[in-house]
Design a protein around this ligand. Structure first.
Ligand code: 5RP
Length: 291
């Protein structure tokens, strides 16, 4: 109960000053709940509107792949320099310090491994994701894959329902099957299908004419890095994707398999947030590596 002795009449009503009613800065998120927007704000930098997500979820289907044998030794030192961490629940609960205070994009599907047929997935309960304080839940869609397409689209559709109730944004990841063309037509179609079925952000691959992919997708797109490239090539890909309208990257191997992962992550971040050129990013990488 406040002290009643000195209750004063209010005088600062600001009559005549219109209430600020600004559009929310994340693409396609204006009509989401307050909780979902708050989580988006944790993922996407308020100033640049972009995000550098560090993906180290590969082990959920690949086991201890190169660079991820020991998360504590190789990935923990990178965490302070990423805007968001993407991993499976097993790695989150065992190998990500709970006081890291970074938003988590939680890998939320499972089912098969690289030893069998990929993508016949099940989806995590949203209560489990709440328990882990996920800022987003990520699942993969196998668009164009006869066997798995319907199941994975249904997974996304269902997850958008249940995660939406808790204000948790959903990331749709476009898997590329062996038979798929890696072109703007395919990635444009797959990304748009993710958004139409409830994804609040999409992770896909960079390709020629990527601006068309981004333009036709009503939610933010972040790019995966894919297989390990030279540092300059990877920075070039980030730069082109950002120039074409991507809202950031969700990269793994091109960071944690680099000769100097911390330097690479800092260089990627400068390309994504500060708009430095690939060449400047590469110089930054070399300077940091030589210190
Ligand atoms: C696969 C994923 C991976 O996290 C993704 O491939 C990112 O890693 P990389 O940059 O190594 O490709 O979501 O479904």
């Amino acid at each position: 109960m406040p002290d009643l002795d000195d209750l004063r009449e209010g005088s600062r009503y600001g009559v005549g000053i219109p209430v600020k009613n600004e559009a929310f800065y994340v693409k396609g998120a204006s009509n989401l709940s307050w909780g979902a927007k708050d989580r988006m704000t944790r993922i996407f930098n308020r100033k640049s509107g972009r995000s550098v997500m560090l993906a180290f979820d590969h082990g959920f289907i690949m086991g201890p792949t190169s660079g991820l044998e020991r998360i504590d030794l190789t990935v923990q030192p990178l965490m302070p320099y990423a805007d968001c961490l993407m991993c499976s629940r097993g790695i989150l609960q065992t190998s990500v310090p709970a006081d890291i205070n970074k938003p988590i994009c939680l890998r939320s599907d499972a089912g098969t491994t690289i030893l069998t047929n990929l993508n016949d997935n099940v989806v995590m309960d949203v209560e489990a994701a709440v328990n882990m304080n996920a800022s987003a839940m990520a699942i993969m869609l196998s668009i164009g894959d006869k066997e798995n397409e319907a199941k994975t689209v249904a997974n996304l559709f269902h997850l958008a329902d249940v995660a939406g109730k808790f204000g948790i944004p959903v990331m749709g990841i476009t898997a590329v099957g062996k038979d798929m063309q890696r072109d703007a037509r395919y990635f444009g179609l797959a990304s748009r299908i993710c958004a139409e079925n409830g994804a609040n952000l999409v992770k896909t691959y960079y390709c020629e004419n990527f601006a068309n992919v981004v333009s036709a997708c009503p939610v933010p797109i972040v790019i995966a890095g894919g297989k390990k490239l030279s540092e300059l090539q990877a920075l070039d890909m980030c730069y082109k994707a950002i120039n074409d309208g991507a809202a950031g990257v969700d990269m793994g191997r091109n960071v944690f398999q680099s000769e100097n992962p911390v330097a690479m992550l800092k260089a990627v971040s400068a390309v994504v947030h500060d708009g430095i050129t690939p060449q400047q990013g590469f110089e930054m990488f070399n300077d940091l590596s030589n210190k």
